[in-house]
Unconditional design. Structure first.
Length: 171
């Protein structure tokens, strides 16, 4: 199954389609709209390894946050995607999704201060957002495929860029 995100010319409606590659048949499974405004386009869509859920980012509550949806992986074109839960919320923006594993999503956000950028994680099954980056400032994360470690590039107004190899829990 393929997928496509289609944004209308007015940029106030985006639809997610699942497409059967063999038959060419498609179905709209999700609609994101913001009448009078625009849909904040991003590249966060990720199908999880389970094959029956996906990650979606939306600005529907006034901030960019992450949402978990489920769908029928045996017949993905037979029904709309179903919202399971909003994964994070608050007065901040999710800026990028850095990695996704079978249990959690790892992302950068300006949660602590709009002038800063930190690395966070949240589990798909619910719970609090966990801050992984240790110091206040600007963090850029690189996660290898194993998800057990990540590389943190950090700087602030008084600290030149430095790199740290971190464990999955932020240590």
């Amino acid at each position: 199954v393929l997928w496509a995100e289609v944004l209308n010319r007015a940029q106030d409606t985006m639809d997610l389609y699942f497409i059967d590659a063999k038959s060419g048949r498609s179905r709209k499974v999700l609609n994101e709209s913001s009448p009078g405004n625009w849909v904040n386009v991003n590249d966060v869509f990720r199908v999880l390894k389970s094959g029956d859920r996906f990650l979606w980012a939306s600005w529907r509550d006034g901030h960019t946050h992450l949402y978990l949806y489920s769908f029928d992986k045996q017949s993905p074109l037979n029904a709309d995607a179903k919202l399971e839960r909003q994964l994070d919320k608050g007065d901040y923006e999710v800026l990028t999704v850095e990695a996704v594993d079978e249990n959690a999503v790892y992302f950068t956000s300006n949660q602590d201060d709009p002038r800063r950028r930190g690395v966070f994680s949240v589990r798909f099954e619910g719970g609090e957002v966990h801050k992984l980056s240790q110091s206040d400032g600007w963090h850029t994360a690189s996660f290898p495929d194993d998800g057990k470690h990540w590389l943190d590039r950090y700087s602030n107004a008084t600290t030149p860029p430095k790199w740290s190899l971190c464990g999955g829990d932020g240590g």
